[in-house]
Design a protein around this ligand. Structure first.
Ligand code: GLN
Length: 483
């Protein structure tokens, strides 16, 4: 039952082959077996409350997601849960409202199990920057799950829920999905409402789904996308269709740029495997170049940190944030932020404040904005020649816990291939292609603005050719329990 696609799960519930409670019990049993080792959740709803909701859904099975257990990253507000963003400064914050995505999912009958661990305020690529716990990669417990939506990726990969939401500012959905053998989709900027998402970098942030297969991602996108009056940056385009149109790409571009920037051989091999899969399917594959994406990392860290420094100013212990006392007003703010924020958050605030300060604004922030426009233009040009662009998702496979924790620059490089996509506001997916040394490798497909359906179709083709992706072995379970 737990291996069903979401569509079949909902269908089975509607046709009364099984009940939402039976589904919940399957996943709950799984959580009880694996969560102790994986540590993907920051908070979980008590079973008795979930049971009540499941019984209600049994009588009211109209929604398109009836009875589907889901998990949301801990920077997405859900009434009744804390939203900590994995930060000490928000450890007691209970939002009085639902994010639009949470509201939409609930309306369709999804069952929100809990909130997932992340890098503090989504700063990071390994989930090690959480103030609360280390999440482990289900494929190798000594490795990181990626980040910053590492908890969401680990939940899906270890079978604790069929669907999770994450947020992606520079790669935080796609990179952990690649590390955990999940499919992760970052929609076009503006496609999904950001209302109720705690802002990191408002010109880059997007919410998106992580799941085991493309079909489930498609359904989830159809539920969460669309115009929202509460988010002025949300687009007026209609929600993504599900089931959508069938479409075959005629030309896929492969972009070998950045491959010489210390990219692992296993990653390059998988990239070329993906190219030959498309060729084998009769798709024209053409080499393309994006001359400015090599500046992506530098541009991103200036812009994202600048926006973060401004967005995080609200956590001062007055309106938001766990207040730490001081003798004077300044001392109180100093204590609140000094104790409440972690090292990476402070690093970003310092960098961003510096880049925005008078005298440096033109040299850093403004220059980065201009360079961002060049990257957008690179993509626009290439998309006049091809329908989709194929690139690796990550430069490496999952690394060991602790391996990069003290080297911010190495950590930043984990998003080499994902960041340019956010800078251009484009939609992209990461889909798992193969296991190498028993660890997953993902491949990234990028599409034109608002052409999510084309990415999904092309991803389905790749998935069909690949076949079933091997689940993690989870060494602490006995053999009969592993799937
Ligand atoms: N790893 C990148 C960063 O640390 C991207 C994070 C994200 O997408 N939230 O900023």
């Amino acid at each position: 039952m737990a291996m069903l696609s979401i569509r079949d799960m909902v269908k089975g519930i509607k046709e009364r082959q099984f009940t939402p409670l039976e589904i919940l019990d399957k996943y709950w049993a799984r959580i009880e077996k694996v969560e102790d080792k994986i540590k993907a959740f920051i908070s979980l709803k008590p079973y008795q409350e979930l049971k009540k909701e499941a019984l209600f859904l049994e009588k009211n099975p109209e929604g398109r997601m009836t009875g589907v257990p889901i998990a949301l990253k801990d920077n997405i507000n859900v009434r009744g849960f804390m939203t900590t963003c994995s930060s000490k400064v928000l450890q007691n914050y209970k939002p009085p409202f639902d994010a639009t995505v949470a509201e939409l999912l609930k309306k369709e009958g999804a069952l929100i199990l809990g909130k997932t661990n992340m890098d503090e305020f989504a700063f990071g690529s390994s989930t090690e920057n959480s103030a609360y716990q280390i999440t482990r990669n289900p494929y190798d417990l000594s490795c990181v799950p990626g980040g910053s939506s590492g908890g969401s990726a680990a939940v899906v990969a270890s079978g604790m829920a069929p669907l999770a939401l994450g947020s992606d500012t520079g790669g935080s959905i796609r990179q952990p999905s690649a590390f955990c053998g999940a499919v992760g989709f970052k929609p076009t900027y503006g496609r999904v409402s950001r209302y109720g998402l705690v802002a990191f970098a408002s010109s880059l942030d997007q919410i998106g789904p992580l799941a085991k297969n493309v079909e489930d991602i498609w359904l989830a996108l159809s539920v969460i996308s669309g115009r929202d009056e509460k988010d002025p940056t949300s687009s007026s385009n209609p929600p993504i269709n599900y089931p959508g149109k069938n479409w075959q790409p005629s030309v896929v571009g492969f972009c070998p740029d950045l491959l010489e920037e210390g990219v692992d051989e296993n990653i390059k091999d998988s990239f070329y495997e993906a190219i030959s899969i498309y060729k084998g399917l009769g798709v024209t594959v053409k080499e393309v170049h994006l001359p400015h994406i090599k500046y992506g990392l530098s541009i991103y860290y200036l812009l994202a940190s600048s926006e973060a420094s401004s967005n995080l100013a609200r956590f001062d212990g007055l309106r938001y944030g766990q207040r730490v006392k001081g003798e004077t007003y300044n001392e109180m703010i100093e204590n609140t932020r000094g104790i409440g924020l972690g090292r990476e958050a402070k690093r970003r605030i310092l960098l961003g404040t510096f880049a925005l300060s008078s005298g440096y604004y033109d040299a850093y922030y403004l220059k980065a904005l201009k360079a961002r426009a060049l990257i957008r233009e690179d993509f626009r040009q290439v998309f006049t020649e091809v329908d989709l662009i194929l690139m690796p998702t990550t430069p490496s496979q999952p690394f060991k816990i602790g391996a990069k924790a003290d080297d911010p620059l190495q950590m930043y490089k984990a998003d080499l291939f994902t960041i340019p996509v956010n800078l251009a506001g484009l939609p992209a997916v990461s889909i798992p292609l193969s296991l190498k040394n028993d660890l997953p490798v993902g491949i990234q497909l990028i599409g034109r603005h608002f052409e999510e359906e084309q990415i999904l179709n092309a991803a389905l083709m790749l998935e069909q050719e690949r076949g079933e992706f091997p689940p993690p072995k989870l060494p602490f379970l006995c053999r009969s329990e592993t799937s």
